[in-house]
Write a protein that binds this ligand. Structure first.
Ligand code: NCD
Length: 360
């Protein structure tokens, strides 16, 4: 299915040259924001935040305001008609009709793609459940580019909730597309990186290893990406309690790291980085959040200027077959056309990227 608008659902839908263009524009804006103060005058950005957010929502809002545009939207669906039972399709249809660009965050995987199917303007995925978070990754890329000077030849440590953390999924997919990057995935067995991300890294020539030990991995790293254990994505409090506090970055552990290793975190932090680490000059997570505003300015500007069409569903429907992932939007919004990539017994849902288990 072809949409007549440019969308950002997954960075992988766009070529690396497009990401690089955004990074260049982000750096330009950062150097001279005043030049762009009226670039979006008269334009309106809609924000549909079905899930809590501080940085993503406010950096998108300030990005649009700093470009001279205005904003509408909700940050709590319970104050909108969603509370009366309105489905995603109808809310998207209406708000995209009022807006020039729509930013959506949703607790269910594939929701941004589902929204783009009916939207009357470009849609930006600001996080869909535990699946993807492409604009956080653009933030991370701009931080790396400005702070490390390169996106290649890096040893990248990812630590914490690699199963449910959408930021690390998008980050791995993107960094695997730049040459010579190596990933060290640091997690418990229960919260290991999903196989579809590992397959993606392999398919793009990236290399990775998996370990439980942060202490063993940290000396090898150019960048350590800490993440929060995603409490809201666990089936029970007991399962969360069993995982929390496994990884805590302390000044003592920072002593084991290279002098030029940088620490990033998409934030919010719970307790996985001790506050004492904030004073270490290698701790860049607050600076990273600021880069997020500049890259989102570059993104909004690019989306509003582009006439690019987007291919949204390229797979096929299979009679009687539905996605088995209960955290997939196709299980929550039954009107959505099902769509799978692959054939035979290896079908992958095009909304949430989970592989179907089929027995023949
Ligand atoms: C992250 C998110 O929402 O996925 N935060 C963010 O967007 N900066 C990370 C998290 O919630 O842990």
């Amino acid at each position: 299915m072809i949409s007549e608008f440019p969308h950002l659902i997954d960075l992988a839908d766009h070529p690396v040259s497009w990401w690089n263009g955004l990074l260049e524009l982000g750096q330009e804006i950062l150097k001279n924001p005043a030049l762009y103060a009226n670039s979006c005058r008269g334009k309106i950005m809609g924000t549909l935040f079905y899930e809590p957010s501080t940085r993503t929502q406010m950096s998108f809002q300030t990005a649009m305001l700093r470009l001279g545009g205005t904003i509408i939207g909700f940050d709590n669906p319970q104050t909108s008609s969603v509370a009366k039972g309105e489905n995603l399709k109808d809310t998207t249809k209406i708000v995209s009709g009022y807006s020039d660009v729509l930013v959506i965050r949703h607790p269910i995987a594939g929701a941004a793609k589902a929204a783009a199917l009916t939207a009357d303007c470009p849609v930006i995925n600001a996080g869909d459940g535990g699946h993807l978070h492409p604009t956080q990754t653009l933030t991370d890329l701009l931080t790396l580019k400005c702070e490390k000077g390169r996106l290649t030849g890096l040893t990248i440590g990812l630590c914490g909730d690699l199963l449910n953390g959408r930021t690390v999924h998008s980050l791995c997919k993107a960094m695997a597309c730049y040459p010579d990057n190596h990933f060290i995935m640091i997690s418990t067995k229960e919260l290991a990186m999903p196989s579809y991300i590992k397959d993606y890294i392999r398919a793009h020539g990236g290399t990775f290893e998996e370990t439980f030990s942060l202490e063993e991995a940290i000396p090898k790293l150019d960048m350590l990406y800490m993440t929060r254990i995603q409490r809201e994505r666990f089936a029970s409090v007991e399962e969360y309690e069993a995982q929390k506090d496994t990884y805590i970055l302390t000044p003592k552990k920072m002593k084991l790291a290279k002098p030029d290793m940088i620490v990033l975190h998409p934030l919010p932090r719970v307790d996985e980085i001790e506050v004492a680490v904030d004073d270490d000059p290698r701790a860049l997570y607050f600076k990273q959040a600021k880069y997020g505003m500049y890259i989102r300015m570059a993104l909004i500007l690019t989306m509003l200027q582009s006439a690019k069409k987007t291919e949204l569903l390229v797979g096929q429907t299979h009679p009687g077959i539905a996605c088995q992932n209960e955290k997939c939007i196709t299980c929550r919004e039954p009107y959505l056309p099902k769509s799978f990539i692959g054939s035979g017994t290896t079908l992958t849902c095009e909304y949430c990227d989970e592989r179907l288990l089929l027995r023949h």
